[in-house]
Design a protein around this ligand. Structure first.
Ligand SMILES: Nc1ncnc2c1ncn2[C@@H]1O[C@H](COP(=O)(O)OP(=O)(O)OP(=O)(O)O)[C@@H](O)[C@H]1O
Length: 363
């Protein structure tokens, strides 16, 4: 799968800009803040229906404007897919595929596989469990529409149950039957999600460990483990056990929305005890595992976005990544960098056609 053309209108710092991508390897070069990462984000947005860096959709609209529009031409299975994504302030975001608007944005998920490796990934290690769940959910949802709709349904019921708990507290009342209805729905959706996450991680973890082994040169061992409250107790029993607490807290304190991934180096948490280099290697291994897993499952070659890798990685890791990209396993790759000459030197070693897009005053 490849993108051959991209147009951005009022997207972040771009007023109006078009790019053609005739080659497999494309580099965006320019000074800090010129919009290199924003260009990658535009490609990500067309594939995932949302930006990678800013979850607040309206903040992607160029300051002072009231809409953005992204347009991309993709080649997939020998056909052209024209995707338009637009957002006008006060309206819902629209995504069109070949002129037809999706009824639900989630219907677009999975059509165009893509993996991004960015310095922002460090939040997967450093921040709370929500981002790690999102990572797992994002990978599975790209491949499994039933999973995505089960997740959407689970979150809807969770919101309703939380509203009910708030209502009970505000009105000093309680109705066990209404809670039981929500519990039953949560358990139905939650157990399916738990099982899918388990199956996914069983397949994903060995791929991740292999990638880490390659990147680190077999220096140390790392582990990734799925943690869920549902390991020890059934979801129905868990909700029952937590009910008094939930009523006091006025929200649902247990369930698959509390799942996490444990990242360890040797016996210790990588967040506390991993060096910066080990943390970076861990994240790259995670993303490369996502790449190989998605490629295997979709039988399609995802687009790979490499944001700021030369600046943020040491020479060994860069050459490791570049030599990987130079294999037939990889398809279209986008790279951002501030240094013209450095990029040219590195990509000219790749045995593939490349193009350098210099960003400057035209934005
Ligand atoms: N909604 C917006 N409207 C206008 N400008 C925006 C908007 N959102 C972000 N920007 C601008 O985009 C620029 C950042 O662009 P980007 O992150 O793509 O830079 P970059 O070229 O990747 O830089 P670096 O080399 O520092 O990583 C900043 O100048 C920021 O102010």
């Amino acid at each position: 799968m490849e993108i051959t053309q991209l147009t951005l209108v009022n997207y972040k710092n771009f007023e109006s800009q078009s790019f053609d991508f005739p080659t497999k390897v494309n580099c965006f070069i320019g000074a800090n803040g010129i919009g290199k990462t924003n260009t990658l984000d535009a490609i990500y947005h067309l594939c995932y229906g949302k930006g990678y860096f800013n979850p607040i959709a309206t903040q992607n609209i160029r300051h002072g404007e009231d809409f953005f529009m992204l347009e991309g031409s993709f080649q997939k299975d020998g056909k052209t897919e024209k995707i338009v994504c637009s957002l006008k302030k006060g309206n819902k975001k629209l995504i069109k595929r070949n002129g037809k608007t999706y009824e639900r944005l989630s219907d677009h998920i999975g059509l165009l596989p893509l993996v991004i490796i960015s310095p922002a990934d460090r939040d997967l290690i450093l921040s709370g469990s929500e981002l790690r769940r999102k990572f797992v959910d994002g990978v599975i949802s790209q491949l499994d529409k039933v999973y995505l709709s089960t997740l959407i349904n689970y979150n809807k019921v969770l919101t309703q149950r939380n509203s009910l708990l708030k209502y009970f507290a505000a009105n000093h009342t309680f109705d066990a039957d209404s809670i039981a209805v929500y519990n039953q729905q949560l358990v139905g959706y939650g157990e399916q999600i738990h099982q899918k996450r388990q199956e996914f991680l069983e397949a994903f973890i060995p791929i991740f460990q292999e990638q880490y082994r390659i990147i680190s040169g077999d220096q140390e061992s790392v582990s990734l483990r799925y943690q869920s409250q549902l390991e020890a107790v059934s979801f129905a029993d868990l909700l029952e056990q937590q009910l008094t607490k939930d009523r006091a807290l006025q929200y649902t304190s247990a369930g698959i929305h509390k799942d996490d991934l444990e990242f360890k180096i040797g016996e210790h948490r990588i967040k506390k005890f991993g060096s910066q280099g080990q943390q970076k290697s861990f994240l790259i291994a995670l993303k490369l595992a996502q790449y190989y897993f998605t490629k295997d499952q979709t039988q399609d070659t995802p687009i790979l976005l490499l944001d700021d890798i030369f600046d943020k990685l040491d020479e060994n890791r860069v050459s490791q990544l570049i030599s990987l990209v130079d294999t037939d396993d990889f398809g279209q790759v986008f790279i951002t960098d501030t240094h013209d000459q450095r990029t040219e030197t590195i990509v000219s070693q790749i045995h593939r056609d490349y193009q350098i897009h210099r960003l400057g005053n035209e934005t």
